[in-house]
Design a protein around this ligand. Structure first.
Ligand code: NI
Length: 210
């Protein structure tokens, strides 16, 4: 009787340990993803490097915890649209892209921690589509735009803050090595421009773990 009483007191006094980010958990995150290109390109027709603008879309990640500290994650998004320009002309084209990435991740800390920072390393495949010159580009005699898909390394640093057993808020930043070849014709003459996009991707998300 007395032992049971003390066991009850002890149980009531124990901090509630919310188990979070443990082996076998799925983690789904959704939020904004902003792609900010950092690269440039070879000289384009003597007018310098391509400028590629930022774009923000819906970002989604699907993760699985293999152990309490090791996870795998797939990044998805709604298609990003970027304007492409040259300093003397302004925008001449636009292109859409999807950058799915598969990451291996290490989560610091323990399963009951509210804060779980993590680092990831993986591979990115970027598909370019819907590439086209705008009126300015067409007026300059540019045609037949195509942008080659890219494979490259992706790295990631992130932070999950666990609100309860299921919900979390998340911030992460990615860097992706995205290099491509931009092909087009200028007055009928074939051009091929090596282009480095190498973007940072900033993501702010809400997550659900189950
Ligand atoms: Ni690169």
């Amino acid at each position: 009787m007395k032992a049971a009483y003390w066991a009850l007191i002890a149980a009531a006094a124990m901090p509630t340990i919310a188990s979070a980010h443990q082996a076998g958990d799925f983690i789904f995150r959704a939020g904004t993803a902003t792609v900010r290109p950092t690269g440039g390109s070879d000289n384009v027709l003597g007018m310098g490097s391509f400028n590629i603008d930022n774009n923000t879309e819906l970002g989604l990640t699907f993760g699985y915890m293999v152990t309490d500290n090791i996870g795998v994650e797939l990044l998805g998004a709604s298609p990003f649209k970027h304007n492409v320009g040259l300093n003397p002309t302004g925008n001449i084209a636009s292109v859409k892209q999807l950058p799915p990435s598969l990451m291996a991740q290490y989560y610091f800390g323990d399963r009951q921690d509210k804060l779980r920072p993590y680092l990831g390393l993986g591979v990115n495949y970027t598909m370019f589509f819907d590439e086209k010159f705008n009126q300015t580009g067409r007026d300059a005699g540019l045609t037949d735009l195509s942008v080659k898909n890219s494979w490259g390394v992706a790295t990631q640093a992130g932070l999950d803050y666990n609100l309860d057993d299921n919900w979390l808020i998340n911030m992460s930043v990615w860097w992706m090595d995205i290099d491509t070849k931009v092909k087009f014709k200028a007055a009928g003459e074939q051009q091929s421009i090596d282009t480095r996009i190498d973007p940072f991707v900033f993501m702010f998300a809400v997550g659900y773990r189950f």
